[in-house]
Design a protein around this ligand. Structure first.
Ligand code: AMP
Ligand code: GLY
Length: 424
């Protein structure tokens, strides 16, 4: 089968790497891909949000399955366009991906169907948002309704901070149209985890739980990023809790989308807050997580193409997943300055040596080729991922590989996986 993966990050490298091992994949294309994905298939210079360009390519090459990486093309209707053209594609429709693209929609759905989440208000009018804050006690979480590349959420310790976040989003339009409507939420305490499942709209097939590290600095300090590292499994999610997450959050969400006339097929990713052993949903995403996908793919033992085809064809009830024992850890190496401004074009050394380590994969994200050399070209540059017999071994192996890789200004957190180690 001919398979196309869209996107260019570490998540897409991990998906392409896994698909390249599938016995039924005859040709693998990645659009636009990165130097890492180019080692497993053919990179095609079409942007991930150029829906017409991707559709024309898929028709011309007779692609059997397209796997969508990022959320923006889903929210623009790539799935609808491909399905209308008779092309198989893995990812929710535009109507279903509103679950990520509008936080007001997603919160409304959770309330209507009794999915545990933080209490909230949703506002189109800044005056009403201010009044909501003034009538309650801090802390608050103020969220732009629309897609804002992970930046549209502000944790506010005081009412003043919440009022200024509301003004920044609704009056000064710092997130453009995404902030025209805001959600103001109760602040939840606890430990976060990422719970991903593949669904064909009926069956919910959970992936191994993972935990992301969103803050830039060790000890979860500093501003949030796209994710500085992840590991799987996440011991904060016990076997009993996993059952509760499936029965109180994942399955109700899929059923709710069906009931709303927006049947959901693809990856359903719940960002969770776990407090006192009870999971609540912070948000839903309509795609694989980045960097959670890197350690998850390192542990998946199934043929990924078989799983995704079963989802697209509504046969997921026939599939069961198996996972390597032990743990996997992904340490993100980033450019100095990220998540603010950073320099690009720094030559990366040590990639080959690190890749030779057993049970290590160096997934590329923000890299580019210049005169045959790999250079930095983004904020998150690499996801150095290792598998180990336990979390300790996986952490040591990942950091051993990180230690072999260098460029001027490379930055990484030194405590990825520590929370799991403390629970082990
Ligand atoms: P979201 O995009 O809604 O997942 O929010 C991004 C990040 O903000 C989450 O990963 C949490 O770290 C934090 N966050 C979001 N909502 C809340 C909340 N209600 N309470 C505490 N932290 C939150
Ligand atoms: N790791 C966070 C995300 O993929 O949204």
């Amino acid at each position: 089968m001919k398979v196309l993966v869209t996107g260019s990050g570490g998540r897409e490298h991990a998906i392409a790497w896994k698909l390249s091992q599938s016995r039924n994949v005859t040709r693998l294309y990645i659009a636009p891909g990165n130097p890492g994905t180019g080692e497993h298939g053919e990179n095609v210079p079409i942007a991930a949000d150029d829906i017409a360009g991707l559709e024309a390519f898929a028709r011309k090459e007779k692609i059997d399955l397209t796997v969508v990486g990022p959320e923006i093309p889903l929210s623009l209707g790539i799935t609808d366009a491909f399905e209308a053209a008779g092309l198989r594609i893995f990812g929710p429709t535009k109507a279903a991906s509103v679950l990520e693209a509008s936080k007001a929609f997603s919160k409304g759905l959770m309330m209507k169907y009794g999915i545990p989440t933080a209490s909230y208000g949703s506002f189109d009018d800044p005056g009403k948002a201010r009044a909501y804050v003034e009538a309650r006690k801090p802390p608050f979480v103020v969220k732009a309704d629309g897609l804002a590349a992970g930046k549209g959420v502000v944790i506010c310790a005081s009412a003043e901070e919440a009022l200024s976040a509301i003004d920044a989003m609704m009056v000064s339009s710092v997130f453009g149209a995404a902030g025209r409507r805001v959600v103001v939420e109760e602040f939840l305490r606890g430990e976060e985890a990422s719970f991903l499942a593949i669904t064909d709209g009926k069956t919910v097939l959970p992936l191994a739980p993972a935990q992301d590290h969103k803050a830039i600095y060790d000890g979860d300090r500093g501003p949030n990023t796209g994710g500085m590292g992840a590991y799987s499994p996440a011991p904060v999610i016990t076997v009993e809790m996993e059952k509760e997450i499936i029965s109180s959050i994942m399955t109700p969400a899929v059923k709710a989308m069906e009931a709303e006339g927006r049947p959901y097929r693809g990856v359903l990713y719940a960002g969770l807050m776990i407090d006192g052993g009870r999971p609540k949903a912070l948000e839903f995403n309509c795609r694989f997580g980045d960097p959670e996908t890197q350690p998850i793919m390192m542990r998946l033992e199934n043929d990924l193409l078989d799983v995704l085809m079963a989802a697209v064809e509504g046969r997921l009830s026939d599939v069961s997943l198996s996972w390597s024992a032990g743990s996997s850890v992904c340490v993100v190496m980033a450019s100095r300055g990220y998540p603010e401004g950073y320099e690009k074009g720094k030559e990366i050394r040590g990639l080959e040596e690190a890749a030779r380590l057993r049970d290590v994969m160096v997934f590329h994200a923000g890299t580019a080729l210049r005169d045959g050399r790999v250079v930095t070209s983004g904020g998150r540059v690499l996801g150095v991922t290792a598998r180990g017999g336990d979390i300790k071994e996986a952490i040591e192996r990942a950091y051993r590989a990180v230690g072999m890789i260098s460029w001027d200004g490379a930055y990484f957190r030194k405590d990825i996986g520590r929370k799991a180690l403390l629970r082990a």
